[in-house]
Ligand binder design. Structure first.
Ligand SMILES: Cc1cc2nc3c(=O)[nH]c(=O)nc-3n(C[C@H](O)[C@H](O)[C@H](O)COP(=O)(O)OP(=O)(O)OC[C@H]3O[C@@H](n4cnc5c(N)ncnc54)[C@H](O)[C@@H]3O)c2cc1C
Length: 376
């Protein structure tokens, strides 16, 4: 069988782009189909764990050229304003998704990856062939990677279990001009029914991104109204929203964010990044996990193509499932546990206060929700 491509990657976010670079450097014919041209903003806290640095450097991604901001300190506060500050064991960096995704896109193009900017409408597998369709095009490939993020119409078509359930979370993000914020800080401030992160990006803007319970949110007329009546009850966020100047005409928002369990392989499609599982943003580890899962899937695919028993798809899928679980399941479980505490207003204040009193506990949570630098 002659395929159009060895590998088609559906979705060109961090997971899809990273896998595309590694596989293309391995001399495979790779097509990424992404629905939005670069650069574009995304709802995201924009704090990236340093876990990814050695791996991205090994792929020739020059993070310093993008002007990343180095971050080594975490501040957390309860909605009434009790706060704790601690050093981040591994640290991280601040970069907007506008710049980060575009940086990886440029690297992918140089590495020989082909791109099409259209939404994928279906991925079908039969007799060792994937057929990937957009509204106007059809392609075949030997391996399909699903890297299309948290939620997509494709999940419905693949009849994935998590998509059957409604999710109560809404994400909001905007960049601000704000002088009074340290470069090396990422701050996590709790408010009733949610929490928000503040950190600097490469152009000096402060990114404010929060996650809120949708039931709470819909009692208000607008994001501004919600900010004023709920978010600004936290004294740190009150100071921030009072003095900071928004740089976007309107904040970006996304609803129906799901943290439910997902399968790493669905109808033979190898899921990568958020398509395989999303960790609660409180953990600040989603981007690192997306990038790390790209490495795992790329290594598994390389082994599959190199093996003499070239058609052992069952082994490929099994190995990927096992490696994915081994690396991420514990972190996701911890993230879900923290989320369950935050869903309850009374428990969430108590939980935040307990954490805010104990630097040791905070360090333990950071350890349990983060990985080590990705080995190259
Ligand atoms: C509110 C919030 C705050 C967060 N803050 C942080 C943080 O501070 N630090 C951190 O590490 N993580 C954070 N995360 C998690 C992080 O954003 C994700 O884990 C990360 O973006 C996952 O990357 P990805 O490549 O899997 O998905 P994405 O970056 O979402 O990329 C998916 C891509 O697929 C494309 N796509 C979707 N459907 C189709 C289709 N049908 N056809 C073609 N293309 C398609 C989309 O346009 C998109 O570009 C946060 C998440 C949320 C919700």
């Amino acid at each position: 069988m002659v395929y159009d491509y060895d590998i088609i990657i559906v979705g060109g976010g961090l997971a899809g782009l990273t896998a595309a670079i590694q596989l293309s450097l391995g001399q495979y014919a790779v097509l990424v189909i992404e629905k939005k041209p670069y650069p574009h903003h995304k709802v995201c806290g924009e704090y990236v764990s340093n876990e990814v640095v050695p791996y991205l450097e090994s792929l020739g991604v020059d993070l310093n050229s993008a002007g990343i901001v180095h971050i080594d300190t975490l501040q957390m506060s309860t909605h009434s304003g009790n706060s704790i500050t601690t050093k981040l064991p591994l640290g991280g960096f601040g970069i907007s998704r506008y710049t980060f995704d575009n940086l990886l896109y440029d690297r992918a193009v140089k590495a020989g990856v082909e791109f099409i900017f259209e939404a994928v409408s279906s991925i079908n597998y039969r007799d060792e062939v994937f057929r990937v369709h957009t509204a106007s095009k059809k392609f075949t490939c030997s391996i399909a990677i699903g890297a299309y993020g948290k939620r997509s119409g494709l999940d419905k078509k693949l009849n994935r279990e998590f998509i059957q359930q409604k999710s109560p979370w809404l994400g909001v993000k905007c960049h601000y001009e704000y002088e009074n914020f340290s470069d090396n800080l990422v701050a996590l401030h709790n408010f009733k029914g949610g929490y928000g992160g503040l950190s600097k990006t490469e152009d000096g803007s402060v990114n404010f991104c929060y996650l809120a319970n949708f039931e709470n949110f819909k009692k208000f007329n607008s994001i501004e109204d919600f900010n004023q009546h709920v978010v600004a009850h936290n004294p740190y966020l009150n100071d921030f929203l009072r003095d900071a100047n928004p740089k976007f005409k309107k904040p970006l928002s996304i609803a129906q964010i799901s943290f439910e369990k997902k399968e790493a392989v669905e109808n033979h499609v190898l899921m990568c990044g958020d398509s395989a599982g999303l960790i609660h943003p409180l953990c600040g580890n989603g981007m690192a996990m997306a990038i790390h899962s790209a490495k795992i899937v790329s290594n598994c695919i390389t082994d599959y193509f190199k093996s003499s028993n070239h058609d052992d798809r069952i082994k490929l899928e099994h190995t990927y499932r096992v490696l994915w679980k081994k690396e991420f399941e514990r972190r996701l479980r911890m993230g879900r546990y923290i989320q369950s505490l935050l869903m309850n207003d009374t428990v969430s204040e108590l939980a935040f206060r307990t954490i805010a009193k104990s630097e040791k506990m905070l360090q333990l949570i950071i350890k349990r929700t983060h990985g080590s630098p990705i080995l190259v």
